[in-house]
Write a new protein. Structure first.
Length: 131
């Protein structure tokens, strides 16, 4: 089974996984993009699971959204992100702070388990690579 999602889906899933791991996490809506932040070591750290990237500041720590808005050179020090998006364009998403905000929508997180029921002659096959 294969799936896909947009940046808001990826960021929300990241947030839910971080919370399940016991970390405080939230989602930011930027001007045309959505990213996740997780709080640890006394500060927020931005993770962009859709673009498969995070940015390190001069101290080598993962920067948060507000730090990236104040210091876009953290983003632009690399010409492109892992998906090939120009860093100048990505930096503009963070620096357009008039419409950047934390998304207050909180997804319902339920404890679930996968408990498949196999009938006689049924089997489960684990594939570790896509055909």
């Amino acid at each position: 089974m294969y799936g896909y999602g947009f940046c808001d889906d990826c960021a929300t899933n990241f947030m839910v996984l971080a919370r399940k791991a016991g970390l405080q996490s939230r989602v930011w809506g930027l001007s045309g993009h959505v990213v996740a932040e997780t709080f640890y070591d006394g500060q927020w750290h931005m993770f962009d699971p859709d673009h498969q990237v995070f940015y390190r500041n001069r101290q080598g720590k993962i920067a948060g959204v507000e730090e990236l808005a104040e210091q876009p050179q953290i983003i632009t020090q690399t010409p492109r992100d892992p998906l090939g998006s120009p860093s100048e364009l990505i930096a503009k998403l963070y620096t357009s702070t008039a419409d950047n905000r934390v998304n207050e929508r909180q997804p319902q997180i339920r404890d679930t388990s996968v408990l498949p029921v196999l009938e006689p002659l049924d089997y489960v096959e684990f594939r570790y690579s896509n055909p």
